[in-house]
Design a protein around this ligand. Structure first.
Ligand code: PLP
Length: 564
C-alpha cells in the first residue's frame, strides 16, 4: 500500500478537527482542507505534520480584552493511532528518536489519505528533546529550528521507515519543511560512491520538490542565524547548505525551498505577483486557495443543496447550479444557520443578539496588519448609520499569538469599542476561535467583513467559507477577493485595487469607504430589497463556492505541480 503513495505533503500545522489542536490558523486549516480534497479526488498522498502535544492554545479574555493563554492537554489516543515504526535525527549532536501517530482522512468515495504526526516525547530521548514537539510556534529560534529539523529531515526518514518508497513529489506547505530538501540530497549522496553534490543531484531533487509560499509578511519567513544553524544541525547538513549557497549570513528557509523546487506558487493571483517581486528572479506561479465544501457548508444549507444539487458533495463544481435554488429556500436555510449562531452567542455571552438584526462577522488571527479594529474608526458615524438606515450587530473572534503584543492590543481596542457603543450597537468577541466557531460564524452571519492592509493578505479563506454558505463579503481588495469580487453581485469592495507597490494604507479613508458601502448600499438592500439581497447570496454559492474550493485547488496542484 505505502509504496503506491506518490505525493508527500509536509505542513507544520494541520487542522483536521477542532479537538485535534495541531493548528493555529489559516495555514493549518488549509492543510486539513487540502488533505480532505486529496482524499475526495483519490490523489495518492500521505501528509506529515508535528504532534504539538500541548496544543495551540487556550485563549482566555478578561472583561477588558486582555488575553492570556493556557496550554491545551488534548488526549492524543482519542484521535490518533500510534505507529510502531521509529526514526531518528541528530540535533545538537544528540540522537533524537521520533515516533509517529496516524489518522486517516476519508474522502467522499471512501479513499483514505493518512496523516502522520511526529512526536519526540519518548522515554529514550533527553528531557529537552522530549519537549521539541510540544508547542506550535513556541520557544525561540533554536527551538523552532529543532522542530523544523524534525519535520523536514525526520519526516522523510519516518516515511522511509514506513515503506513509502515510491514518493515522487515532496510538497512543502510553507518554508517550515524546507530541510526535507537536505535529506533528499543526502539520500542520493549516501548511495552515490562519489558522494558529490553535483548539478545533476541538485536537479534530481529539484524535480521532486514543490513549494507553496503563504505570506508576504516578513515574520512568515523563517531565518536562522548561522551560530544557531551550526549548533543544531549536523556538520554534514551545514556543509551541504554552504555548498548550495544557502548560508549567506542567515539560513533563510524560504530561499532554501525556492532554490530546490521545480514548482513554486503563491496562494492567489495577486499573491503570486507580490511574491515574484519579493523573490525575483525565481519563477513563481499561483494557485488560488480554496476550502473544502463538505466540511464548511452548514447543515441547513446541506439539506437544500442535497435536494437541488445532489452531486455537490463529490463534485464542488456543481455548486454553480445554486442559481436554480428558489430564493425563499436559500433564505430559510440561512435563517436556520443564523438562529444557531445567535443562540450560541447569546448562551455564551448573554449579549441578547436578535435574529432580525443585520449581523456582521469578522474572525481572524489578531495580527496588526489585519486591522481588526478598523470597523470602529468612527463611533459617531456608526451610531448615525444604525439609527438612520438600519440596526446592525457584530460577532468577532480570533486569537493573538502569545508573543504578539500588537495583536493583543488589537483585541483590547475592540473591547473598548464594544464598551463605548454598548448603548446602541451589540458587539461580541468570542474567545477561542476554532474550526467549530468558524463554521457557526461563516454560515450564520449576514455579511463577512475583511479589512487587511494590502498587499499583506496572501489569500484569506474565511470569506470563501462564507461564500459557500451564501454569505457575501465586504472586503478590502486583496488576496482571493481580487478574484472573487464582482461588485454588487458576489459582495462589495472597500476601496480599489492598489498598485503593486502600494501607497501606505490610509486607515481613515478605508474606514470611510467601508461606512459608505454599509450606509448607502448594503443595509438598504438588506432591509428594503430582501429579494435582491438573497440574489447576491445565491451568486456567492454559484460563482464563488463552485470555484474557491479545495477540489478545484487540488486538481490544479495535480496538473501544475505534481504531474505536469
Ligand atoms: C478559516 C480559518 C482561518 C483562516 O481564515 P482567514 O480568512 O484566512 O484569516 C483561521 N482560523 C480558523 C479557525 C479558521 O476556520
Amino acid at each position: 500500500m505505502n509504496d503506491q503513495r506518490k505525493i508527500a505533503y509536509f505542513s507544520m500545522e494541520m487542522g483536521l478537527a477542532a479537538e485535534i489542536r495541531t493548528y493555529s490558523g489559516g495555514l493549518g486549516v488549509l492543510a486539513g482542507d487540502t488533505v480532505r480534497a486529496a482524499a475526495d479526488l483519490k490523489v495518492p498522498m500521505v501528509a506529515v505534520a508535528l504532534l504539538h502535544r500541548k496544543g495551540y492554545c487556550h485563549q482566555i479574555l478578561d472583561s477588558e480584552g486582555n488575553q492570556t493563554e493556557e496550554p491545551v492537554e488534548w488526549v492524543i489516543e482519542d484521535y490518533l493511532e500510534e505507529i510502531p515504526a521509529r526514526a531518528s535525527v541528530k540535533i545538537e549532536g544528540r540522537d533524537v528518536h521520533i515516533r509517529a501517530w496516524a489518522r486517516d482522512v476519508v474522502g467522499y468515495g471512501g479513499y483514505r489519505v493518512p496523516v502522520l504526526f511526529l512526536d519526540t516525547d519518548l522515554p529514550e530521548n533527553d528531557e529537552v528533546d522530549r519537549g521539541l514537539t510540544h508547542h506550535l510556534y513556541g520557544g525561540d529560534g533554536r527551538y523552532r529550528l529543532c522542530q523544523e529539523t524534525i519535520l523536514g529531515i525526520g519526516g522523510v526518514r519516518v516515511l522511509r521507515a514506513l515503506g513509502y518508497d515510491a514518493i515522487e513529489r515532496f510538497h512543502m506547505n510553507e518554508g517550515h519543511a524546507s530541510l526535507l530538501t537536505c535529506e533528499l540530497l543526502d539520500e542520493r549522496l549516501r548511495t552515490d560512491e562519489e558522494d558529490k553534490l553535483t548539478d545533476e543531484v541538485v536537479d534530481a531533487v529539484r524535480r521532486q520538490c514543490v513549494f507553496t509560499t503563504h505570506t508576504p509578511v516578513p515574520a512568515g519567513h523563517d531565518q536562522f542565524p548561522l551560530e544557531v544553524v551550526k549548533q543544531v544541525l549536523e556538520g554534514r547538513t551545514v556543509e551541504m547548505l554552504e555548498r548550495l549557497s544557502c548560508m549567506d549570513g542567515v539560513l533563510n528557509m524560504t530561499y532554501l525551498a525556492l532554490h530546490l523546487s521545480h514548482y513554486v506558487n503563491g496562494v492567489a493571483k495577486r499573491h503570486g505577483e507580490i511574491s515574484r517581486q519579493l523573490f525575483a528572479p525565481y519563477a513563481i506561479d499561483s494557485i488560488t486557495n480554496g476550502v473544502h465544501a463538505r466540511t464548511w457548508v452548514a447543515p441547513p444549507l446541506q439539506e437544500v443543496f442535497d435536494q437541488h444539487i445532489p452531486t455537490w458533495r463529490e463534485d464542488s463544481y456543481s455548486l454553480r447550479n445554486a442559481l436554480c435554488i428558489p430564493n425563499h429556500e436559500v433564505w430559510e436555510a440561512h435563517t436556520r444557520a443564523k438562529e444557531e449562531l445567535i443562540r450560541y452567542v447569546n448562551r455564551l455571552t448573554n449579549a441578547g443578539m436578535e435574529l432580525e438584526v443585520f449581523t456582521i462577522g469578522y474572525a481572524r488571527r489578531a495580527a496588526t496588519y489585519k486591522r481588526g479594529d478598523m470597523f470602529f474608526h468612527d463611533h459617531d458615524r456608526l451610531r448615525r448609520i444604525h439609527d438612520d438606515v438600519g440596526p446592525f450587530q457584530l460577532v468577532f473572534a480570533g486569537k493573538a499569538h502569545p508573543q504578539d503584543g500588537g495583536g493583543k492590543e488589537l483585541i483590547r481596542r475592540i473591547f473598548e469599542a464594544r464598551a463605548s457603543l454598548k448603548d446602541k450597537i451589540k458587539v461580541v468577541y468570542l474567545a477561542n476561535y476554532d474550526i467549530e466557531t468558524g463554521k457557526l460564524m461563516t454560515a450564520g452571519t449576514d455579511l463577512w467583513l475583511n479589512t487587511p492592509e494590502p498587499p499583506l493578505e496572501a489569500s484569506g479563506t474565511s470569506g470563501m467559507k462564507a461564500a459557500l454558505n451564501g454569505v457575501p463579503s465586504l472586503s478590502v481588495l486583496d488576496g482571493w477577493w481580487v478574484e472573487g469580487w464582482i461588485e454588487g453581485t458576489t459582495g462589495w469592495s472597500i476601496g480599489r485595487i492598489t498598485e503593486s507597490v502600494p501607497e501606505p494604507a490610509d486607515r481613515e479613508k478605508d474606514a470611510s469607504m467601508l461606512y459608505d458601502k454599509l450606509e448607502y448600499v448594503i443595509l438598504p438592500l438588506y432591509y428594503k430589497d430582501r429579494d435582491r439581497f438573497v440574489d447576491v447570496m445565491r451568486n456567492c454559492i454559484a460563482l464563488n463556492g463552485s470555484f474557491f474550493n479545495t477540489q478545484r485547488m487540488m486538481a490544479q496542484y495535480v496538473l501544475k505541480a505534481y504531474f505536469p
